[in-house]
Design a protein around this ligand. Structure first.
Ligand SMILES: [Zn+2]
Length: 326
């Protein structure tokens, strides 16, 4: 590994506005807008990880837009599971006005969904699939074990320091509690998600830091988050853009990551946040242009600071061949 932190950029590529719980149309308008994003990442030599949801793989233009990038190793394709739009379905998956957590379904159904997702992507393009992210960030031991025995080597579902147990899916059982999970990438111990272990599945969480760790936090940010996010993530800053997040905030996070010798800074976004009116945050083309300006600033800064952009697959293979480096 070099001695600068890597930069990982991951995107959940999914249908329009999945935050709207009554929206079961699974529109794919946002996918066509990704050509602009592809051009931007190529310009800055950023290599995103695209976590693909079932409907996107099955019905959208995604693989036409990204075919060359995939073939030329300019991005990685991973799997993203939304159990409400990924067959086969139980009643719970289809319950109206809610989005069930993946952790609410049984192992057999999870495995069938996973294989369907994998196959629908494989039908479109011949590509190695080794990285996975759960919808709504919910995953458990059994599911990680199923993933591991079916070729997955990297998971990015755990959100360190975040407790989802007061957030509900289709039953009255809350989401997972990741309060004590490590904030840096670690090989999982499947008996306890909080522990580093020896199972060959690498957890690569999105970067989430304490507000106090970011210099001048209150000068750099003026987040007006969704009320839920505010409640869940009160003392945390995610490596994400919200409408009022300044690019400088994430540069400050990058400084923190570098100063503390962390292996990477990991940014995430949903594809539906990249076009207007396909998400709750950005309503106009002007909003989207502002977001793109922030990407320009962030990516330029990443390059200027020699933080190499890397896919999760490449990060995994580098780490596996350099065990013990951290
Ligand atoms: Zn999702």
């Amino acid at each position: 590994m070099n001695n600068r932190p890597y930069f990982i950029f991951s995107m959940d590529v999914e249908p329009d506005d999945q935050w709207n719980l009554s929206n079961n149309a699974f529109g794919l308008k946002n996918i066509d807008s990704l050509l602009r994003f592809k051009n931007l990442t190529n310009k800055h030599n950023i290599k995103p990880v695209y976590f693909i949801e079932y409907q996107v793989a099955k019905r959208s233009s995604f693989f036409e837009i990204f075919k060359n990038d995939i073939i030329n190793n300019k991005c990685e394709i991973g799997l993203h599971m939304h159990i409400w739009s990924n067959p086969p379905y139980s009643d719970l998956c289809l319950k109206k006005n809610t989005r069930a957590f993946q952790t609410e379904i049984d192992n057999e159904l999870f495995k069938e969904k996973f294989l369907n997702l994998k196959n629908v992507i494989k039908d479109k393009i011949a590509v190695d699939l080794i990285s996975f992210r759960a919808g709504r960030w919910a995953i458990n031991f059994d599911q990680l074990h199923i993933l591991e025995t079916n070729g997955i080597k990297v998971d990015s579902s755990i959100t360190p320091g975040i407790d989802w147990s007061n957030t509900f899916g289709a039953t009255n059982i809350g989401g997972p509690n990741y309060l004590e999970c490590p904030t840096t990438p670690y090989f999982l111990d499947l008996s306890d998600l909080r522990k580093k272990g020896g199972v060959p599945i690498l957890e690569c969480p999105v970067t989430i830091v304490e507000k106090k760790d970011i210099h001048n936090f209150y000068k750099l940010i003026n987040i007006i988050p969704l009320s839920k996010i505010k409640k869940i993530a009160n003392n945390k800053v995610w490596c994400r853009f919200y409408p009022k997040t300044k690019a400088k905030l994430l540069q400050s996070m990058g400084d923190f990551v570098n100063k503390n010798n962390l292996p990477y800074m990991h940014f995430m976004i949903h594809s539906s946040e990249l076009s207007e009116n396909t998400n709750p945050l950005y309503k106009t083309q002007n909003d989207i242009n502002n977001l793109y300006n922030k990407f320009e600033q962030l990516f330029s800064w990443i390059n200027k600071n020699q933080m190499q952009s890397i896919t999760l697959a490449d990060f995994y293979y580098k780490l596996s061949s350099n065990k013990g480096l951290y």
